[in-house]
Unconditional design. Structure first.
Length: 367
């Protein structure tokens, strides 16, 4: 298991470095610059600004300084639009907000989706099953930018139960609608995956054996069927969690939560390239990290996918040896029964030797 984790880390770390370098060059290849506007600045002012932010240096020196600052100090540099603020300050302000309601949305989607999928699989072709399938299809065709105004229309304008926006330190009434709007489509996908996987597992031979031994139904579900059922679900949870944490631009804009998605949009509109690069790299690092966690969990649940240690290869080279006729029946008893006559006193029998045993004769020379 440790060797498997080390191999996954050896792939993840260079991928993160490559992501940082590619993001840097893509941002610098974009037309215009962070200080480009409809009213151009004087050349002397633009020269001083570029010198202040180090933009007058060669591109490879800028790239090396940027990567070195991220690797050593996790420093994404200063913001080009907000005076006396760094990209780290912007991320530190918006990321905790997104992390809070994103984590609640993830828990709600996983618990609700797995529960709904398991119940639908156990009660197949019943009202509960039809309801779960119908809910999953309906939720998937209503993305968060459609679900958000529907929730505001119902719970704010019609019923007046919840506020239509704001954050106020993350009070519960301000978190409910962002969580529901963000998690509904993911919950539906998890429910469908769980239902289809559970149906396949319940028809497996080991489940039939458990039923034949008289195990109670709840023990069969929770002790034997649930673990293999979660394998496809876990594969989906990595990108789903990152999507809930960082893919909340619509939620931040619609509910005015002040999360990281709002700062990303403002950075794009204001040409704040350092902020865009910082948030992009953060999203990429989270994606790679959670995919690594999912791979480790997957290997823990299903040991078959772990990288096996190198074994001694089989020796497939044929080996000839002289076998007396009296021992022929012991080595290959079917040869005597074939009615073969005029056998020589000794025969050469080709065998394949594997570690610990002999697979037996392949052909006989001299028949």
């Amino acid at each position: 298991m440790i060797r498997y984790i080390v191999k996954r880390l050896s792939v993840a770390i260079p991928t993160i470095l490559l992501l940082i370098i590619i993001s840097f060059f893509l941002m610098h290849s974009a037309p215009g610059g962070p200080f480009t506007s409809e009213r151009p600045l004087p050349d002397e002012v633009l020269k001083n600004i570029n010198e202040k932010y180090g933009l007058d240096k060669p591109i490879y020196i800028q790239m090396f300084s940027y990567v070195w600052g991220i690797v050593t100090d996790f420093d994404f540099g200063p913001s080009f639009r907000y005076k006396d603020r760094t990209v780290n300050d912007i991320i530190a302000q918006g990321f905790p907000v997104t992390l809070k309601y994103g984590s609640w949305a993830f828990l709600f989607a996983v618990i609700g989706g797995v529960t709904l999928g398991v119940i639908a699989a156990i009660r197949q072709n019943t009202f509960i099953d039809y309801f779960a399938v119908g809910f999953s299809i309906s939720a998937q065709v209503l993305p968060n930018f459609v679900m958000a105004p529907i929730l505001v229309l119902i719970f704010t304008l019609y019923l007046g139960w919840l506020p239509g926006g704001g954050w106020e330190g993350g009070q519960i009434q301000f978190v409910i609608m962002p969580v529901i709007a963000l998690s509904t489509s993911y919950l539906a996908s998890i429910a469908r995956l769980t239902r289809s996987s559970m149906l396949e597992v319940l028809n497996s031979d080991f489940i039939r054996t458990a039923r034949a031994k008289g195990l109670p139904k709840h023990k069969i579900i929770f002790l034997h069927a649930l673990k293999p059922t979660l394998l496809p679900v876990i594969s989906y949870l990595g990108p789903a969690f990152v999507g809930m944490i960082t893919g909340s631009v619509v939620i931040d804009m619609y509910f005015s939560t002040g999360g990281i998605g709002l700062h990303f949009v403002r950075g794009a509109l204001n040409r704040d390239y350092s902020t865009i690069m910082g948030i992009t790299i953060l999203v990429g690092v989270l994606t790679i990290s959670f995919n690594l966690v999912v791979d480790i969990l997957y290997a823990w649940i299903d040991p078959k996918i772990r990288y096996l240690p190198p074994q001694t290869p089989y020796n497939h080279s044929p080996v000839s040896r002289e076998v007396p006729r009296t021992q022929l029946r012991l080595i290959h008893p079917n040869i005597i029964g074939l009615g073969v006559k005029n056998l020589q006193p000794t025969l050469k029998i080709m065998e394949i030797h594997c570690p610990g045993h002999i697979l037996g004769p392949i052909w006989v020379r001299g028949l």
